[in-house]
Write a protein that binds this ligand. Sequence first.
Ligand SMILES: *[C@@H]1O[C@H](CO)[C@@H](O)[C@H](O)[C@H]1NC(C)=O
Length: 377
Amino acid sequence: MNDSEDTSPNGRWRKRLISIALGCLLLTFSLGMLGGTHPRGESHIKTWSRPGTGFQLDKDKPAPPNEDSEASKDFTCDKCCYRYTTIENGILEIQSKSELMKRGCEKRLPDAMIFGVKKGGTTTLKNFLSYHPDIAFSQDELKFFTSSEDRYKGVEFYRNEMLYSTPDQISMEKTPAYSHYPKVPAMIKKVLPNVKLIIIMRDPVERAISDFVHMQVTIARKCKKKSGCNLDNSGYYIAHTFEDSVIDSNGEVNYSNLLVAKGVYVTDIQRYLKYFKPEQILALDGEAFIKNPYPAVKLVEQFLGIKDYFTRDHFYYDVQKGFFCLNKPIPNNCMKESKGRPHPEVNDETLRKLRDYYRPYNKALNDLMKVDFHWSS
Ligand SMILES: *[C@@H]1O[C@H](CO)[C@@H](O)[C@H](O)[C@H]1NC(C)=O
């Protein structure tokens, strides 16, 4: 539930249903605040951005199907340390120690990672890349570099969280929050000086709206649990409407709200460039990726120096779901529909203000990364 390709509703009835649903969520939120406790902001963010859909390792699952069952017959990754199932049902780790040893499987620190951005399309990109035979992609967001608790446990703890990989594979994880926190680049540099970094960025205005919807849902969910739902110290300010969240009482864009600040991608990348060579960073256009994932995955293959594997016919557009799915090696392999949440209608004035705010940063991003992000003006 961290990244999604959100779709816009068409019918009025649907919008009405959504406002009712949002109303209920907000009510839950307010009720929860009354009795809530207030843990640190960092741990809030960590829990909120925990992926709820997509792949899961079998530690969270019932026992994997045995070797000769239907599921394992078709979808094996012969040279991997795991077996594929669908995006929905997850990658299954090989259980047998001897098989792991035979294949040279070990847990390895990441050779590459997707480090941003939240709501940029990172989950979809991870799902697709997970089927590349040269990539062993951790299915959980590990959040090692944004969690002081985990860093305290040390690098061996981090390594142990990775998926098993063969010596020929690239080990990967994705944590979109890495891009935004100022101290993270130096920490990554220290542990993984040669890591290859992929950042996928969509129109920051769309990102903000998507993040707003995401935060409302996750806040409400969080508030149902006993931990409470206070936003203090999280850097997020989530009001009743999107407009009130991003525009302050003077009519100005509230650029300190993370909803807004997380869209200033150029600042984040500049911070990474203090520690990493430009050749270590691949910038992808999230809007282009959503419209057609094929060119983006080819760029990733080139960037990582791995096999030319994906073909156009790996991908197909699911008209009903409104996003791209995989057709190989497993047919009709899609994310859950709930990944695409409907967006609220946002008034033109607010959109204009946000576009004006982002324009110079977008321009600087184009110049810095030499990618023409079409949303930049
Ligand atoms: C702006 O955002 C910050 C950070 O989320 C928040 O603390 C503050 O209350 C917001 N200001 C206004 C005027 O909405």
